[in-house]
Design a protein around this ligand. Structure first.
Ligand SMILES: [Zn+2]
Ligand SMILES: [Zn+2]
Length: 290
């Protein structure tokens, strides 16, 4: 075993991992939460809600532990490939040509993202949610640091799904790294709490995942938000959601297709009626004076 090479591999992945986690997250924090805190209504997705200091500290600590652990796994994998261990990675584009290299990288992104959608949706079933995924959902006003603040098992599950294809189909490491960096950037932006718009048509605005933290069992996609449209988990304005309204309950309780449960619909209707009633009672004095 070449311990020096192993150390080099770990230094590259852990150093790189912590840099791509901390640098952009700190930059977003400084640019918005420090510099423009007084003008929160102009940029903040939840302008009236601010995460308590205790949670801000916690997400940074948890995120750093997870990023280090995930980078150690990547470092060991890097060493394994460097020393001739099995994988389907190829290093010369000429081996398969540009068309295959670009096409397979896109397929790696799309199929991987679909896998991440279903893994995330599975984590919203009662058991896995209570066991691990609720750790990530403690952060209801997320920041870029929240992106990897989760139960370590969850991070390892996502990492396993993201990296499994390198053992299944021939892929170029350049494409793999580009896709992983792109997905990581999207995750930071989606958790930033800043009103960023859509960069590409397949990628939802930051509000899409911010809503996932506000409404829980809805909007599961990691990058391609079309999955939620396809599989009926896109947040629908006319329905109400909550931490206790799991997709499995929503589907069982509701006879309507793509619905989120009759109880939720009724709750929403009642809330709307209540709103109308209070508006009417507010309008009364004006009506009398007119
Ligand atoms: Zn979730
Ligand atoms: Zn999240």
């Amino acid at each position: 075993m070449d311990y020096l090479l192993l150390l080099e591999c770990l230094a590259i992945t852990v150093g790189g991992g912590l840099t791509v986690y901390w640098l952009p997250s700190l930059a977003l924090d400084w640019l918005y939460y420090k510099q423009r805190a007084e003008h929160a209504a102009d940029w903040k997705l939840q302008p009236d809600r601010w995460a308590p200091k205790r949670l801000l500290k916690e997400e940074r600590k948890l995120g750093t532990i997870n990023m280090t652990a995930a980078s150690v796994v990547s470092g060991i994998l890097f060493y394994h490939v460097q020393t001739g261990g099995f994988s389907m990675l190829y290093f010369e584009v000429a081996d398969y040509g540009w068309a295959y290299t670009i096409g397979s990288s896109i397929a790696f992104f799309v199929v991987g993202d679909l896998g991440l959608y279903w893994a995330h949706r599975w984590m919203h079933r009662k058991g896995p949610y209570r066991f691990m995924h609720r750790v990530h959902h403690r952060f209801r006003t997320p920041s870029a640091f929240t992106a990897v603040a989760a139960h370590p098992f969850e991070i390892l599950t996502f990492q396993a799904i993201a990296l499994a294809p390198i053992f299944i189909i021939p892929l170029h490491p350049g494409g793999v790294i580009a896709v992983l960096l792109y997905q990581h950037s999207v995750s930071l932006i989606d958790h930033s709490g800043v009103r960023f718009g859509m960069l590409f048509p397949w990628q939802g605005p930051a509000a899409f995942h911010d809503d996932h933290h506000v409404y829980f069992h809805v909007n599961f996609a990691q990058t391609i938000h079309w999955w939620d449209r396809m599989f009926g988990t896109w947040r629908r304005g006319e329905l109400s959601y909550g931490e206790g309204s799991f997709v499995e309950d929503q589907q069982r309780e509701s006879k309507l297709p793509l619905s989120y449960g009759q109880a939720a619909v009724e709750e929403r209707c009642l809330a709307r009626l209540e709103k109308k009633r209070s508006r009417r009672s507010l309008a009364k004095p004006e009506e009398l004076s007119a």
